[in-house]
Write a protein that binds this ligand. Structure first.
Ligand code: HEC
Length: 102
């Protein structure tokens, strides 16, 4: 029940247009080391991530999990290491911010 209300609260925040705050989050949470919004660096650009999962149900939850656990093989053979410094809530906020980029 608690996690449901957190998800709801995050949803409200995300629809309220806090893109700037999330932008800060990605810069302070180490993502910036390997990601940029609109060009591929070590990791895929966040805009190409948004395009890949556009319209996919549950993509936010799936990407939030990938952000925390890391992953490999979706974009290439360079692995993304687990980002343990990010909480579940932050991961979901980041995933939703990435997905709304155009
Ligand atoms: C050390 C480099 C590195 C860091 C730091 C990093 N990433 Fe990644 N990220 C990658 C790579 C490489 C991939 C591609 C992995 C693959 O091909 O499956 C990736 C993939 C992703 C994806 C797409 C996953 C998928 O399954 O399509 C998202 C979303 C993402 N990263 C978000 C983040 C966020 C948010 C952070 C910060 C909390 C972060 N990354 C930090 C390297 C990094």
């Amino acid at each position: 029940m608690k996690s449901v209300s957190i998800v709801l609260a995050l949803g409200l925040l995300a629809s309220g247009g806090i893109a700037l705050a999330d932008d800060d989050l990605y810069k302070t949470k180490n993502c910036f080391a390997c990601h940029r919004v609109d060009r591929n660096t070590l990791g895929p650009s966040f805009k190409s991530v948004a395009a890949k999962y556009a319209g996919e149900n549950g993509a936010d939850l799936k990407l939030a999990q990938t952000i925390r656990l890391g992953g490999v093989g979706v974009w290439g053979q360079v692995p993304m290491p687990a980002q343990n410094q990010v909480t579940e809530e932050e991961a979901l906020t980041l995933a939703r911010w990435v997905l709304q980029l155009k």
